[in-house]
Design a protein around this ligand. Sequence first.
Ligand code: GLP
Length: 240
Amino acid sequence: MQVKICRDYEEVSRAAADIFEKELKKKPNCVLGLATGTTPLGLYKNLIKAYKKEKVSFKDVTVFNLDEYVGLEKAHPQSYAYFMRKNLFDFIDINLERTFIPDGSAENLEAACGEYSDLLSKNPRDLQLLGIGGNGHIAFNEPFSPFDGKTRLVTLTEKTINDNARLFNSENEVPKRALTMGISEIFAAKKIVLLACGKEKAPAVYNSTVLPVLPDCPASVLQRHKDCIFILDELAASML
Ligand code: GLP
């Protein structure tokens, strides 16, 4: 695992964009794993700029998103499907039919997870983007999630519900369950880029990079990945 410390959020977003732009140029039909949350927004802005300047194209790219809340329709403003359209897909030349996200509003959630896992196994990711939760979660793999887990239905922890409440009108509106790509599926990507910014991420960054690999910090398993980089701002790196 490599750790890169940047001065601030802008530098983190630039460093991440450089990696994604390089991949898009090297392999125009690459398969990307993408993430939601506030952290990747700067990266997505940079990718939109690169597309507008005709430096990159997404027309042959396939995207798999990490996770989705249960019970929110794709058109719900707080759904991750909506987030991806409003923050990236609506501004680039991606074919929406090649963008995938677990179906959190499916009638049969278990079947939806199985279908997503099948798709993932047929479409290995070249490059996977990750954020990190304050408790070390990746996607919605909360502490003690199985390292060999696949896409599945999960119950969110109080901490995650609290952290994510800022994006809803009230904490009561935050769904308590989600569908998430499993840790083994995240780990299967050829290259992984994890972004973390702000002092509230410092303990999770410390637990996942300095302490041994432990199930109470899901992101720590990334220490075992052959090609994984953590790109941090100074605040997120402050405990290293
Ligand atoms: C959510 C997502 C994660 C994301 C995390 C951190 O819980 N499921 O994939 O990494 O939030 O989000 P933020 O970047 O807003 O701190």
